[in-house]
Design a protein around this ligand. Sequence first.
Ligand SMILES: [Zn+2]
Length: 429
Amino acid sequence: MTTLEITGGQVLEPDMTVEHGDVLVDQDTGEILAVGDVPAGDETLDATDGLVMPGLVNAHTHLAMALLRGYADDKPLDSWLREDVWPIEGVLEPDDVRAGAALGALESIEAGTTALCDMYFDVPAVVDAVEQAGLRARVGHGVVTVGKDRDEASADFEEGLTVAREQAGAADGRVSTAFMPHSLTTVDGAELDEFVPKARNADVPIHIHANETRDEVTPLVDEHGERPLEYAAGHGLLSPTDFIAHGTHLDAAEIELLAETGTGVVHCPASNMKLASGIAPVQELLDADVTVGLGTDGAASNNDLDVFGELRDAAMVGKLAADDASAVDAAAAVEMATAGSADVLGFDSGRLAEGKKADIAVLDLDSAHLTPQHDLVSHLAYAASGADVRHTVCDGDVLMRDREVLTLDAEQVREEAESRATAAVERAR
Ligand SMILES: [Zn+2]
């Protein structure tokens, strides 16, 4: 057994209190052995003047969309997708996706994110990037049938299923999968009825964008006479392993349905604000005991993958939504970004405790904007950013030490992403 001792700092406990203490990790199993007063480790990671915390979990993203960062802004979801995003995505090759996912993975490690959920296409290329980066991920192929004939639509659903079956357990078990129909309005209902039972047989969760904008809600209500999540439940979606992204426009019955079925929600506040999609009822979801995690969504609608920004936005916009400054308090926001997201994704991480996965970030507190230290949970929610992260550890392995990423060649990743992004834009014109 090789052990790693993260030493000299303060530790964020699962109950959101902060204590002085160390963390001992078994690097062979990738699990936390002890927290607090721990025996000496074979190797050490210096957390002096730092806060040892669970690595952040980005529960909904499209890593490779980092290639489209800043390419098209200031439009609503529908025209942004049709006029800008889909034309470029149509010319991307697997090597472009690999390079974009590597850029997103690099940015994630630099911001203390240790696990994520990715929906995209060319998923084996995404898995390559995740494997090399050393991150934990749940991945899937985003199935879209709109504009496709029956054979093409079925082929896309088949690919979604194949990816979910074949990529499960990749990267030494750090990669798991989900079946991912893109959204309730971009996939055909009859196809859902055929493929959802197959996904259940494959024993994989189902992840879908739902209730993101009013324009997604109205057509379903008009055409089927039911709210989107009633429609989803009617097609066999919504279960304790399933999770939806966004849930921006939910009525009380849909919140109840999420709670009853144990379906998770990934709140993506920055994306919702930027696309003017709406304000999710986060405090109502929490009050109903729905499991809520946080996601950045893709870098084209955020425009970064810093989950610290997301948890600040979640706290801020949660107060606006509830018209109550005490709604979505600092601890609730930090919990959503760690344990909440991990629970939504079915990962045994997000809490610093014995037996949990050793997915850990160390935040550097030695800076003007984190002084004085009245309340470190407040700092995490309202003052810190990904740039404050000193070390990132996933599955017991150090991915970043003293802000140097060890698993990826940062310069090479950035150069390749830059040149492939430029070339893709040229091809799409
Ligand atoms: Zn998304």
